[in-house]
Design a protein. Structure first.
Length: 267
């Protein structure tokens, strides 16, 4: 695919089932800080395809992109079928891809997806949506990638990553894409699909208080809602970046889920 870069990890000589990953904001597919570098061991049995969403990592620059475009890219990467994994913004993209083409999906894993709008009936999610909409409408004209990186990390009590050119480019792309938290997402088709689904959340213990209030509590409520709506399992692990802070637990859960999905396909 010329329009997106894909990091491929495959120790199976092409014999493993595809597993396609979509990352969140401020990062890229194989990033060690926020991406999926810690999932590399899963390539012993699966063909891992880590997409750099448009404007991120080694994918080409964009003027504007969104979760709908990401979903199209993910569907192409699934080929004739595979497992889908999405984190944060990428979780919304993966959910939309699964809703469009459930026939290509063997399993769906959503790691703290930013799909707030479907869960807006929960007060903590509704409050987060209102904050996000107000903040987006009031950005000053001189608000650039460095300011966005600060607002997304240090302003919430988190350490800011080093502002490398690649990280600032990711911040600029995050600013340019349509916010995922306001996406309208059809849940009926993935809910009805026979393949297994998994929501993964942190318990947010040890998170900075403001980060937990503004991000953690809404994401936990959102994951609880989606797990119920989709008929998914819900794994809760310590911390607030499950796949990077608790890779052993998350990777074990992915192996179990993928084995179930492959078993359904092969039955």
């Amino acid at each position: 695919m010329d329009d997106v870069h894909v990091t491929e990890w495959d120790d199976t000589a092409g014999r493993g089932t595809r597993a396609v990953f979509a990352h969140g904001i401020l990062t890229w597919g194989d990033d060690e800080l926020y991406g999926f570098a810690a999932q590399r061991p899963l390539a012993d049995r699966y063909r891992l395809l880590l997409m750099d969403r448009r404007g991120y990592g080694r994918s080409p620059d964009i003027d504007h992109s969104d979760y709908e475009t990401d979903a199209d890219d993910l569907i192409r990467l699934l080929g004739d079928g595979g497992h889908l994994v999405g984190h944060a913004y990428g979780g919304v993209s993966a959910l939309i891809a699964a809703a469009r083409r459930p026939d290509l999906v063997r399993s769906l894993t959503l790691i703290q997806p930013g799909a707030l709008r479907p869960a807006a009936g929960r007060p903590v999610v509704a409050a987060a949506l209102e904050r996000a909409r107000n903040a987006t409408a009031r950005l000053p004209e001189d608000f650039g990638p460095k300011e966005f990186l600060h607002a997304s990390t240090e302003a919430l009590g988190m350490p800011a990553p080093e502002p490398t050119p690649q990280r600032l480019r990711a911040a600029a792309s995050s600013m340019a894409e349509r916010p995922c938290w306001d996406a309208e997402i059809p849940l009926s088709r993935p809910a009805a699909a026979p393949w297994p689904k998994l929501l993964v959340s942190g318990d947010w213990a040890g998170a900075p208080p403001l980060y937990k209030e503004y991000a953690g509590e809404p994401l936990i409520a959102c994951a609880e809602f989606l797990a119920e709506a989709l008929g998914a399992d819900h794994l809760v692990v310590p911390g607030y970046y499950p796949h990077t802070q608790q890779p052993a637990a998350v990777n074990a859960a992915l192996r179990e889920l993928w084995a179930r999905g492959d078993g359904l396909q092969d039955a």
